[in-house]
Design a protein around this ligand. Structure first.
Ligand code: SF4
Ligand code: SF4
Length: 204
């Protein structure tokens, strides 16, 4: 039997694979990993979702928590489910033409497929307004890892952070406004920090 740590979090540790080599501990820029048990445990209140520990574990003991099963359940249900492709999709799915990807997603049961970059266009004016209004330099709230870094580790800079939502949240809200709040939106992205952001939105 494979043993996992708290699997509801965006990153899971396969505890039996961990050899307590401290490679992830050394790679974490915010000291968010402790080794007190039989494995290296992430302290999620400190974690900013940078993904370093995933890339630096020689045992592949840290993995992204899989939500494929949950997505399959949603697609089998009666609610409308739409897919949004994060901006990095042409790099990740480089072996497919965009039309092939859209067809494949629709075949899986997604009723519509959108591009996350449309969310970036939606928030452009909010950034322009924030910059115009501010006399001091601002820090963009575009990247969820940067937002978490400031909120969790540099709270003295929170006043400099713009309050504009990320493109992912902007397009999710737009689609729910158009189709109704029952719509299920699946954001397909390679961004680890984005998983933390969706989790905090689900709790909100
Ligand atoms: S994702 Fe980044 S911040 Fe979080 S535990 Fe891993 S290395 Fe540390
Ligand atoms: S890098 Fe991997 S094996 Fe090493 S302590 Fe971290 S989780 Fe365990």
């Amino acid at each position: 039997m494979t043993l996992y740590s708290t699997s509801m979090q965006p990153i899971t540790t396969i505890t039996e694979k961990c050899r307590k080599c401290y490679s992830c501990v050394r790679s974490c820029p915010v000291k968010a990993i402790k080794v007190e048990k039989t494995y290296a445990e992430i302290i999620f209140e400190r974690c900013i979702g940078c993904g370093n520990c995933l890339a630096n574990c020689p045992q592949k003991a840290k993995i992204i928590t899989d939500k494929v099963g949950l997505t399959e359940k949603l697609l089998d249900g009666s609610q409308k489910v739409v897919a949004v492709l994060g901006c990095s999709f042409p790099a990740y799915f480089h072996y497919l033409q965009p039309e092939q990807l859209v067809s494949a997603l629709k075949k899986l049961g997604f009723s519509e497929v959108h591009e996350g970059s449309a969310g970036a266009e939606m928030i452009g004016y909010s950034y322009a307004a924030a910059i115009e209004k501010s006399s001091a330099p601002l820090i963009s709230s575009h990247c969820p890892a940067v937002v978490d870094l400031i909120e969790r580790h540099y709270p003295e800079l929170i006043g400099r952070l713009t309050t504009v939502v990320s493109p992912m949240i902007a397009i999710g809200r737009y689609l729910k406004m158009v189709h109704g709040s029952d719509l299920k939106v699946i954001y397909i992205s390679s961004c680890v920090a984005g998983k933390f952001e969706t989790q905090s939105q689900e709790k909100a």
